[in-house]
Every structure is written in structure tokens, then in C-alpha cells.
Design a protein around this ligand. Sequence first.
Ligand code: SF4
Length: 334
Amino acid sequence: MRKRVEDTHDLTENLRKKSVDLNKKACLITNLRGTEQEKDLTLPTNCQGFGRIHHFRLTPKDSRWMPDPLPMLPANKYLNIPQSEVVHTQVFQLAACNFHCWYCFVDHNLLSANPKYSSFVTAKELLGYMLEEEVGSSIIDLSGGQPDIVPEYVLWFLQAREEMGLEKKYFVWTDDNLSTDSLWRYLSRKEIEYMVETPGFARVGCLKGFDPESFAFNTGADKQMFDQQIDLLSDLVETGFDQYGYITLTALNLENLENKISGLFDEIQERVHPNFPLRIIPLQIFHFNANKGRYIHRAEENQYKVIEVWKDELNRRFSKSELKTPITEVSLKR
Ligand code: SF4
């Protein structure tokens, strides 16, 4: 395993201890009832307050942004259903995160493993609530927080899905913030192989900026961890996961922007895979009730300048037919 930047290591370990019960195979899951985040939801919470429905939209409402086929394209391919404009996804949130992004749509109270806003729940209980309540969504997003603080969270969920005979019914997706190698430290090789090989599961990792400075500005973490994000993406691809990427393009400093974006593409193509930029979707940052006290409007505005440079770089590096390839068909083979 590569050398780890220690900046958030102690915090990650501390959050992990508070967020997992290894004996009961339970994880600390946020209960959204009565929280600031609940005010931002368009549909009521479900699964006894532990779940929410998120609408993923293919075509952005804002014409300045790019289409986002995640997670619907991988999910629809697995579930064998046609592509749709909007999908309803069942989300559960691990109640811990080791970053403090200013734009996070989860209130920070829900990211500190605080038992006031969370409880230990097993994967079987969560799936049981979904069945009892007849939740219509076939896509389950294991989110956070940072789900990889407790990599067992996803492993146990996939195992429970299989044990309950629900593999064909639900596609599982997880979005991690590329901050920790805990997957390889806490799970055995066999367990990781199971996650890689199990059907109907894919992952996305989010690059939290386009250079060390924008990363540190967005997350509050050490600049050096940006380079580590690329290492972690590379490790996930090499391990064999059906891996995708997000990137947030918010920043205050736009000097030498073209060079910075071009340099990032070089690093990703060299260290992760030459095709991996085609599997990365920029995430548009929005204002919510939960982030109102810490929102930085100038950085939000800047993301629209950065995305233009991102699109130019894609067009420079890939042919028209490569750019049209469905994201699920972008090969990561070596
Ligand atoms: S990594 Fe994700 S969950 Fe954590 S603070 Fe940032 S946006 Fe929020």
C-alpha cells in the first residue's frame, strides 16, 4: 500500500471506532428526522428516518453544466431497463466524514458520528425497512459522510442483499471521498474480491478539486491529500472495481487554470488509466438550507469558468466517438 498522508488519519480512525459495531455487524447510520438536511428534502424521509429518496437527473436544469449519467447508466444496464431522464434512488448515510467541505449538503452535525442524530443499524434491517415500506427505488446509494471510513458498511450490505435474495432487485452504488485506504486495511483479500465480483455493484470516488489548492479550499484538509486522491482512484481501478469518478470544480484561485486542468488530466491518464477522464463527471455545487451558513458564492460562480476549461480539455484529448461512448462502456482494461 502506498504511503498515507496522515492529515486526517487520526480523525478517520476515531470516527471509525464510533461508527462500527463489529460484533453486531452494524454501522452508525444518520437518522434524518428533525435535522437541517431534512428541510432540503423534496420527499419525506423513509425507512424509519434512516433513508431518503434522491432524484438523480441526467440532463442538468442549468445549461452551463454537463449531463450526469451516474448512477443511472450503470444501474439501468444491470437492471436491464431503458435509460430515463430522472431516477429515484434510495440513500442511506453513514454518520461520519473526515472532510469538512464548505458546500456539503449534509449538515456537519450529521458527519461527526454523533449518536444524537444516528443509531447502529444492520444492513438487513435497512433492507427490511425498504421491503416493509415498499420503497419503489431499485438503486441503493450507500453514502455519507464518507462510507469508506467503515468499508464493512458496503461489504455487509452486499452480503445481506445476496442472503436475502435481493441481488436482482437492487443495484448498489457507493460514493466515497477518496480519503482513506481503509478498504485494504480492514477487509481481507477475499472480502474485497467478493465486492469486486458481486453483480450489480459499482463505485464512484470524488476528486474534491482540480489541484492541491482547490482541494484544500474545498475540504479543509491538507493539500497533500489531493495527490493521494489520485493514488486511491488508481488503486480502486487496479483492484478491479467498476469505478467511476466525480470532480468538484469550485475554487477561488483561477490563475493558470488551463495548465492546472491539463496537468490533472496528465496525472489521471498516467496514474489511473488513459481513458479514466471519460469516466469522470463534474458535480455541480448548489446552495441548500444545510450549507447556508458556510456557502461561498464566489467559488460557486467560478465552477462555471472551470467547467468550460474541463470540456475543452476533454475535446482536445478524446475523439468525437470516444466522447460519445456511454460511460459504462469506457474500458479500463490494460
Ligand atoms: S466529503 Fe462529502 S460528506 Fe464529507 S464533507 Fe465533503 S461533501 Fe460532505
